[in-house]
Ligand binder design. Structure first.
Ligand code: FAD
Ligand code: NAP
Ligand code: SF4
Length: 685
């Protein structure tokens, strides 16, 4: 492709390509960093547009070149809850566009038009054919000719209203199993009229939308088409079909092609933390060579050096970092200023963003609770700075210390361990969780930036704290593992997950994992893992999940058999509940963990009653039937209890004390809750 960079481009020493402007002919992007579309849920809450304006303006100040809003429906059938079809809708959105352009008129903000088609949560849902998605309980109403025309007209009206609202362009989503993409694939398009049958007919609907949108909005408005460059569906789109569609979109008036790598119903993880960084950018690179307009790539590009490398490899013109800019609104600015070690990196957990989105909750970010809460959570300078001790340098203590010190309090952070991080030092050792190192790097840097006095290898008592002259003590001492009351729990076969992850136990070949929460799953993954982590190697990832990047069969996956190398070990993952094992894991990632263990042969058993542990192994009953698991070890992952002795010891000290994280509430605790709670409390101190 032949997109010219600006002649006056200020070249950045370290990220020359990321900071080179991109000339689109009628306008210019100031750099190659894009915040991709994420549904925030704010569009639908009271006062949501004001909050959205603050959210986008903060990212505009953070240096991004272009942003795309969450998906907005062109009509009621589109099913997103928020719609853009009238001047009144446009007026509401003006708050957002004006806030962004007030920061810097050269920053582009585009609105995503998302018609969910068969994935819409409305009885009015529509599709090319009455084919139900496996992710929906509802069968779409098959569109007749008038219905097809209405959907096209509604997309055109939506683009027109987006322009009226002050957007610089729109992105039309043609992927993921939403309406436009269901016209492209035979499985969901079984029509025999001009909108179905051969591929030329199946492309007609999205192409007609692009053509008519371009005719409506004129030449000087950005039109992005989001294409499923690899849809990850058995029998999905072939490479030739992808290329042809992209070329036709270019002819139909698209300014930019944005590559997407999934339908939601595919069985390959594409954005979870276990996906290697920039795993799919090579696919964008191949498509880019076929086109004369710029291409956006995305998925697990979470740091500026990764973005720069993708650009250097000529795999894309623009780098979408969506979740990474939830995690850190200033990602681009920090990269520009050489402060990349201060970037709060997205760890790909989905816990507070996508999981919340799919649960109908407002989204935020595990590592940055301010995300989407910019008007509610702010770290203003304190008017009465205090001398504070924070005890415990796990996520709760680190978040508290960071926010309090940023606000001007004098913070001393104690930890009994040799390094900061608490349980994150265990989590980071689990294959697929390597990104947790980034959070620890970020917090270590924050301790320096905000001059926190960090004292490691220091287990403090209430007496130490009384002598320290602190005005406020924050107890963030975490948890102690629950020890179930089972006969033989003190038998040498019974070991704690902590010892297993730390490697202080030589774990046997046959193992029972007692407790199938997040930690039971992680321990099983660790025990069954062999070789390089898929998260660190694209080839291993492709092999384990059955993706063929080189030959690109239909959907990238058709006919490719996943191959997993597992450790020479037999693992039983047990729980007492009768619900399916892993039901409580994250909504958007739980299935990946279940599949990963399943591929490694882990036997997941629910409805277990534990009787005793002895020299023979673990005695249990399943549905009342006694059984012996003749295992070498029983690894206890049975949840946790608050470690709050210090808090109790401080009760009569007269020192103001706060209790945060696992020490406050161990049940249902995770890092998201710990960081969130600490950030709000430290902001209010
Ligand atoms: P902790 O992390 O337990 O930190 C407490 C700290 O206090 C420790 O460093 C300890 O040394 C210190 N301390 C205790 N007493 C004293 C004292 N008297 N003096 C000085 N120091 C003291 N959560 C998620 O959200 N997502 C995940 O994917 C995830 N994966 C995990 C994987 C594993 C293997 C594990 C073990 C946990 C995982 N978690 C995950 C849970 C998450 O790590 C915890 O919820 C979080 O660490 C709790 O934070 P905390 O600061 O309250 O406690
Ligand atoms: P957890 O999720 O609460 O799971 C504890 C497990 O122990 C459950 O399977 C429970 O199931 C079992 N259990 C509870 N009491 C027991 C008893 N007395 N005897 C035997 N079994 C018992 O806790 P966790 O696995 O320790 O994880 C701690 C926190 O870290 C959780 O909040 C978790 O979300 C978070 N975490 C998250 C991830 C992630 O990927 N998002 C990963 C790791 C950890 P039964 O009662 O049915 O047996
Ligand atoms: Fe990234 Fe997790 Fe934050 Fe989502 S919640 S933006 S995946 S760190």
């Amino acid at each position: 492709m032949t997109v010219s960079a600006s002649a006056q481009a200020p070249v950045h020493d370290k990220y020359p390509r990321l900071f080179t402007p991109l000339d689109l002919g009628f306008t210019q992007l100031k750099n190659r960093a894009l915040m991709g579309s994420m549904h925030t849920g704010l569009e639908e809450v009271e006062g949501g547009f004001e909050r959205l304006a603050a959210y986008f303006a903060e990212r505009a100040r953070g240096g991004v070149g272009m942003m795309i809003t969450g998906g907005i429906s062109p009509n009621e059938e589109g099913g997103m809850g928020s719609e853009m079809s009238t001047p009144q809708h446009a007026q509401e959105h003006r708050q957002v566009t004006e806030a962004v352009h007030a920061v810097d008129p050269s920053i582009k903000i585009c609105m995503q038009i998302l018609h969910a088609g068969p994935l819409a949560h409305t009885p009015k849902l529509v599709g090319p054919s009455a084919v139900r998605s496996r992710l929906s309980k509802l069968v779409p109403n098959e569109l007749d000719e008038a219905g097809v025309q209405k959907q096209i007209n509604d997309h055109v009206q939506c683009a027109k209203m987006a322009k009226l609202a002050g957007y610089d362009g729109v992105e039309i989503i043609g992927s993921a199993g939403y309406l436009l993409s269901t016209f492209l694939v035979e499985k969901t398009n079984q029509r025999e009229d001009q909108w179905g049958g051969n591929y030329e007919n199946r492309m007609r609907f999205p192409l007609e939308i692009m053509r008519r949108c371009r005719a409506e909005v004129g030449p000087n408005f950005i039109l992005i088409f989001r294409i499923a460059a690899m849809d990850m569906l058995q029998g999905g789109m072939s490479w030739d079909e992808v290329v042809l569609l992209a070329k036709e979109m270019e002819k139909a008036g698209a300014t930019i092609i944005s590559t997407h790598f999934t339908w939601h119903e595919s069985a390959v993880p594409t954005i979870a933390t276990m996906v290697p960084r920039a795993a799919f950018s090579g696919v964008t690179g191949r498509l880019r060579k076929e086109l004369n307009i710029p291409c956006i790539t995305s998925n697990r590009i979470n740091m500026p050096d990764v973005a720069e490398q993708v650009l250097a490899d000529e795999e894309a013109d623009i780098i979408s970092m969506a979740r990474p800019m939830l995690a850190d609104a200033e990602l681009v600015k920090k990269a520009f200023e050489g402060r990349e070690d201060e970037i709060n990196t997205c760890i790909g957990c989905n816990q507070a963003c996508l999981d919340h989105g799919f649960e109908g909750k407002e989204i935020s970010c595990l590592v940055n609770p301010r995300a989407c809460h910019e008007t509610m959570l702010n770290y203003e300078p304190s008017t009465s700075p205090k001398k504070i001790a924070v005890v415990g340098a796990g996520p709760a203590g680190l978040a508290y210390a960071t926010v309090a010190a940023e606000r001007g309090h004098a913070v001393t952070l104690y930890d009994a361990g040799t390094e900061i991080g608490g349980q994150f030092n265990l989590a980071k050792q689990v294959p697929g969780k390597e990104e947790f190192y980034e959070t620890l790097r970020y917090y270590a840097r924050m301790m320096d930036v905000h001059h926190v006095d960090v004292r490691l290898n220091t287990r403090v008592s209430a007496d130490d704290l009384k002598l320290g002259g602190y005005e406020h003590v924050v107890v963030a001492t975490g948890i102690t593992p629950r020890i179930p009351n089972i006969e033989g729990i003190d038998h040498p076969k019974a070991v704690s997950y902590i010892d297993v992850i730390r490697g202080t136990v030589d774990v046997g070949k046959k193992v029972a994992v007692m407790g199938a929460g997040g930690i039971g799953f992680d321990v099983s993954e660790l025990l069954m893992h062999k070789g390089v982590s898929a998260a660190m190697d694209k080839t291993v990832f492709a092999r384990e999940w059955g993706v063929d990047f080189d030959n690109h069969p239909r959907g990238g996956v058709t006919g490719v058999v996943p191959q997993v190398e597992a450790a020479d070990r037999e693992v039983f993952l047990l729980q007492r509940k009768s619900t399916p094992v892993g039901r409580g894991l994250g909504k958007t990632t739980g299935w990946t963990h279940r599949m990963s263990l399943g591929k490694r042969g882990v036997q997941m058993i629910n409805g277990v009653e534990y009787h005793r542990i002895d020299d023979e192994g673990l005695h249990i009953s399943i549905e009342g039937q006694p059984q012996l698991l003749a295992v070498d070890h029983v690894i206890i992952c049975a949840g946790q209890l608050p470690a709050r002795d210090l808090f109790d010891d401080l009760a009569d000290s007269g020192i103001a004390t706060s209790l945060v994280g696992g020490a406050c509430e161990a049940a249902e605790l995770d890092a998201k809750a710990a960081i969130n709670q600490s950030s709000y409390l430290a902001a209010a101190l």
